[in-house]
Write a protein that binds this ligand. Structure first.
Ligand code: ADP
Ligand code: MG
Length: 671
């Protein structure tokens, strides 16, 4: 602190003078103190005693402002010097003390040489002001941070406050009133699509007391047309009167554009979708058309192949039937010449039967091919693969012999296991084996060895047909089971292995091929084993036959004649007729000796055997009827129409006898 040492400073004040000055200070509403220019106190009022630092013990004249005015700090000292230098200082707002108090402090020259310090505690006022300032700062921040334009107008429409964003709305000319703002904006009502009148502006509506929320307006701002969402609300004073309006405009141009764009996109997408769906439909139609055309072509091809296969089959059938008839013919000739030798007769009889079996198998194959169905539905029996294999090899012997020539010989090896028993349709399995043996022989044009081996394990029985022939390439092996796939040209039908495959599947078994080109092929048929199988008792000769009276209806002379002889041979009383009419006549005249059984053919010259069955059953329910047919029945739809049994041609005598004896069906196998 600087000491004032002015020469004219009055050094001493009498008590009276001090008292008079103190009384003067007491009249002031502030804390006040008078100092000599050298800093020593002359008088203080009571307010000053509580606000300044006054030593109550020491005499006042000994107290210096250095100490007394300490709470106000250096700025006050500076102000005093400033004042003593002859310049008028403003009121100072000075913090004092340590608890954040403030005072308005004035420094004045009093009576030429005294310094008057007066101070008012303005802590409360300052606190309020700080609060207000803080609130305003916050508001300002909000004002400036919000992306909307904010304007505050008073009741006269004069704009009092605008935020930064609002300032930018009209960079060239800042509107000062809501009217001017309206002129500059030139607002257009987006929703109603019309210019907005001044009285309809959000500001004017708010001034009339309405609250406007989100009115969409197109306005001229930032040098272009913008879309804003305008909000306006009146501001009310304590007395409820409208003091002004708050206007808030949010620029939604981007959003609008975005939405517009989205809508457009959506439209485009919709278009695209429609286009795509249209294209898809076109494509679909095209694909469908092409597919249909392709299918038609394929169908045509399949038909052609099938037709050619039928042709081949027919040729094959002709060949096989001729082969079958050949030994029959020969045997018949030989029989005539060796009729006296019972052994020879039996031998020829056996050969004839075997040949007939081959013919029957051929016919059955044709039927199967036509209908693609198994021969004997539901006719499951126990089948011994070894027995069957033996038979097949016997059956194919003529073919083998015929195909063998000087240059080639096919050697047969049989390796048969005991108990290779499965359950199934012997006819089918026989056919499968026939196909395999045929293929094996075909595969050995230079001769070789054909090995047929049966085996048994815990679950399955197997039959393997192996040859030492040409073998199959991988490609051929892949496709060998395919129907119509053949490498034999017009000599093959491509149905053999397909049939083998189907038969294996129908018997819940498998067929597999292993083959080495140039070395040979083995096809293995694996079928479920029939556990603990006991051979079904098939009587060598039927039990003593009970003679019956039987009506035979068969238009084929030889067939009728042979049937009659077989039946008569067993002691039956037989009436044989050749038509439906004759049959009905015979039935009508049977009173004296009624028929116990009628055996009828299906294809008759004057009607269908099945019709005859129905009408006969209706008239004579007790009469048993058996149908003998050369046609292949349909699976599961096999008609009986009241017939007790249906037999297929060629007729096997033991089967027929069993049925006549009482409905028992023996295994479908030649004995
Ligand atoms: P196909 O005998 O009428 O040709 P398959 O279905 O029986 O019809 O046989 C199809 C094809 O499989 C034959 O054309 C032949 O190429 C091949 N194939 C079948 N078995 C044998 C085999 N044992 N050795 C070599 N190739 C065979
Ligand atoms: Mg074949």
């Amino acid at each position: 602190m600087t000491r004032t040492t002015a020469a004219d400073v009055k050094q001493d004040y009498s008590e009276r003078e001090r008292a008079r000055l103190t009384a003067l200070l007491e009249a002031l509403p502030t804390a006040a103190a008078l100092f000599r220019a050298d800093g020593f106190a002359v008088a203080v009022n009571s307010r000053a005693r509580s606000m300044f630092v006054v030593d109550a013990v020491a005499p006042l004249g000994a107290q210096h402002w250095n100490v007394m005015l300490q709470p106000f700090g250096q700025p006050l000292v500076d102000a005093i010097r400033f004042t003593l230098a002859g310049r008028q200082a403003d009121t100072l707002l000075l913090p004092f003390g340590r608890d954040g108090r403030h005072a308005d402090v004035r420094v004045n020259i009093f009576d030429h040489d005294l310094v008057l310090i007066s101070a008012v505690d303005v802590t409360v006022r300052e606190q309020e002001r700080a609060k207000a300032a803080g609130a305003e700062r916050e508001l300002r921040t909000l004002f400036d941070l919000t992306p909307s334009s904010i304007r505050v107008a008073d009741v006269t429409g004069r704009l009092q406050q605008v935020n930064d964003i609002a300032v930018r709305d009209h960079p060239d000319r800042a509107p000062t009133t809501v009217r001017m703002l309206w002129e500059l904006d030139a607002p257009h009502d987006v929703v109603n699509n019309r210019p907005l009148s001044f009285l309809d502006t959000p500001a004017m509506r708010a001034l009339s007391g309405q609250v406007v929320r989100g009115q969409l307006l197109e306005v001229r701002r930032l040098g272009s047309r913008r879309v804003v969402e305008a909000h306006a609300s009146p501001m009310h004073g304590d007395d409820g009167k409208i003091m002004g309006v708050l206007l808030l405009d949010r620029d939604v141009t981007d959003r609008q554009q975005l939405e517009g764009m989205l809508r457009e996109r959506e439209g485009e997408q919709q278009q695209l979708r429609e286009q795509v769906s249209h294209d898809e439909q076109t494509l679909e139609r095209l694909v469908e058309e092409r597919s249909r055309a392709l299918l038609a072509v394929q169908e045509e091809q399949v038909r052609e192949r099938r037709l050619s296969a039928v042709g081949q089959l027919a040729a094959g059938v002709m060949h096989d039937v001729n082969n079958a008839l050949n030994p029959i013919m020969a045997a018949a000739y030989l029989l005539r010449h060796h009729a006296e030798s019972p052994d020879a007769v039996r031998d020829y009889a056996d050969r004839i039967r075997k040949a007939a079996e081959i013919g029957a198998a051929t016919a059955s194959r044709v039927g199967r091919f036509i209908r693609q169905e198994p021969v004997h539905p539901g006719g499951d029996v126990e089948v011994d693969l070894s027995v069957l294999a033996d038979e097949v090899l016997d059956l194919t012997e003529p073919m083998r012999l015929q195909r063998s020539s000087e240059s080639r010989e096919v050697r047969i090896v049989r390796m048969f296991a005991d108990g290779a028993i499965t359950r199934g349709l012997p006819g089918e399995i026989r056919e499968a084996l026939l196909n395999l043996v045929q293929n094996a022989i075909d595969a050995m044009p230079e001769g070789g060895t054909l090995t047929v081996r049966t085996s048994v394990d815990d679950r399955d029985v197997c039959i393997a047909v192996r040859d030492t022939g040409v073998g199959m390439s991988a490609d051929v092996r892949e496709r060998a089971f395919e129907p119509f796939f053949t490498t034999k040209g017009s000599k093959g039908s491509g149905l053999g292995l397909a049939e083998v495959y189907g038969i294996a599947r129908r018997h819940r078994g498998t067929a597999t091929i292993s083959s080495v080109p140039g070395r040979g092929t083995e096809v293995v048929l694996r079928l479920p084993r029939q556990q603990g199988a006991t051979p079904e008792p098939v009587p060598e000769e039927p039990a003593p036959v009970q003679p019956r009276r039987i009506l035979v209806v068969e238009d084929h002379d030889d067939g009728r004649e042979f049937l009659r002889r077989i039946l008569q041979g067993d002691g039956h009383d037989v009436v044989a007729v050749a038509s439906c009419a004759e049959a009905r006549q015979a039935l009508a005249q049977q009173e004296a000796a009624p028929f116990e059984l009628m055996l009828t053919d299906v294809g008759l010259p004057d009607g269908n055997g099945w019709d005859l069955v129905r009408s006969t059953k209706a008239s004579f329910p007790a009469l048993r009827i058996g149908v003998i047919t050369g046609w292949e029945p349909h699976v599961g739809t096999e008609r009986t129409d009241g017939a007790e049994f249906v037999l297929r041609k060629p007729l096997r005598a033991p089967e027929l006898k069993a049925h006549i004896a009482g409905g028992h069906t023996p295994a479908h196998s030649p004995e």
